[in-house]
Design a binder for this molecule. Structure first.
Ligand code: XIL
Length: 366
């Protein structure tokens, strides 16, 4: 059979199949969010460069906030001691400026995606405290300073707390000492006193880790530093964390006096499979997602947005970590389905579920 509209029947079927999707997408999430709460997406370079125009159009229509998936990480923007690269980074920022979006910077100080030169001293020994502080300050002043007044808020420090709540052992901490986090916030405020500054981390539904984050943030505030929000990455699964755990985490993070942002939301549908595991176990949806799972994903997203609208005064933003399933970092050679748009860039039942929750909430309150 000719699959490309070879018969009148196929054309009719295709029109019927596509029409409702288009209709659904005429709804924009950004128009449905609780007042004052931003809704955003991490965008990749093909999107901010305007190469992936289909994605760029959906992003423009649906979202009022963007985060760079990789472009503003240390290794991307500052690959060598004497070299900063800003071309694609400038296009990312311009993408947001052109669309009047809230532009987030991600991320200044992290133990990943940071080139090893940063931590090396002159003779191959680890860099000492003064050298590292000078590098951190130069990096933050240069990058934050360049986008002063344009980037609305920065993930200043990413993932500094370990699972047991202690300060994670990283080359930054090894070289500078425990106050490296405070120093990063100090430099960021100097570089752009008008920018919001965030601490960002994952697994915050785990009590021990969350307690460590609360301690860290309280310490920063006690030092008189500017901290505007806690980013909860929200890389979650279908069953975990539970909605109760999510609400509990929100309440405890709010106990610092700060609002919470869900900064990297996605729902991983794949099992945690060991390397070399049987593909039918490790990659169960290689040929498509069963309808039952599709519905479970929609329900999961509805429940999550239920929390968001219920606690609208405690949450300042929700950001998805990628636009469509094709863009997600969670594929890694497998087929994952963590987001609201599918690989054909059509909205999934999960999109509709989120839109419905938001519509019902706004009808009730506005
Ligand atoms: C991920 C990106 O999505 C990938 O493209 C990259 O290869 C690795 O980093 N926590 C974070 C994000 O704060 O920066 C990470 O992004 C996902 C986990």
């Amino acid at each position: 059979m000719n699959r490309r509209f070879g018969t009148g029947l196929t054309i009719a079927a295709a029109v019927v199949a596509v029409a409702p999707m288009t209709a659904r997408q005429s709804v924009a999430l950004k128009d449905l969010m609780p007042r004052g709460m931003a809704i955003g997406v991490a965008i990749n370079q093909r999107q901010s460069d305007g190469v992936d125009t289909v994605a760029a159009d959906i992003i423009t229509k649906q979202f009022n906030q963007i985060t760079p998936e990789n472009l503003l990480k240390f290794q991307s923007v500052h690959p060598a001691a004497d070299r900063y690269v800003f071309e694609a980074q400038d296009r990312y920022v311009q993408f947001g400026v052109d669309r009047k979006m809230l532009i987030v910077g991600h991320t200044l100080v992290w133990h990943q995606q940071t080139t090893t030169w940063v931590f090396q001293g002159a003779d191959g020994t680890p860099a000492d405290r003064e050298t590292l502080l000078a590098r951190m300050r130069d990096h933050i002043h240069t990058v934050v300073g360049r986008y002063k007044g344009k980037i609305h808020g920065w993930d200043v420090v990413n993932e500094a707390i370990d699972e047991d709540g202690s300060l994670r052992k990283t080359p930054w901490r090894d070289g500078i000492g425990d106050d490296y986090v405070a120093k990063a916030f100090e430099f960021a405020r100097e570089a752009d006193p008008g920018a919001e500054l965030y601490y960002n981390d994952y697994n915050l539904e785990k009590p021990a880790k969350r307690a460590g984050v609360v301690r860290l943030v309280k310490d920063l505030l006690a030092r008189g530093l500017r901290v505007d929000g806690i980013g909860n990455q929200a890389h979650w699964r279908l069953e975990t964390p539970t909605i109760d755990e999510i609400e509990q985490a929100l309440a405890e993070l709010n106990s610092t006096g700060l609002k919470v942002m869900y900064t990297e939301l996605d729902i991983n549908l794949l099992p945690q499979a060991a390397r070399g595991a049987d593909p039918s176990v490790a990659n169960p949806y290689a040929t498509g997602l069963p309808d039952e799972k599709q519905q479970q994903l929609a329900k999961r997203y509805a429940d999550i947005f239920g929390v968001v609208v219920k606690h609208r005064d405690r949450v300042s933003r929700v950001t998805f970590w990628g636009l469509s399933d094709a863009d997600s970092w969670l594929n890694r050679g497998r087929m994952n389905y963590p987001l609201l748009w599918d690989r054909q860039r059509q909205p999934k039942p999960a999109f509709e579920a989120v839109a419905d929750v938001l519509k019902r909430a706004s009808a009730g309150v506005r």
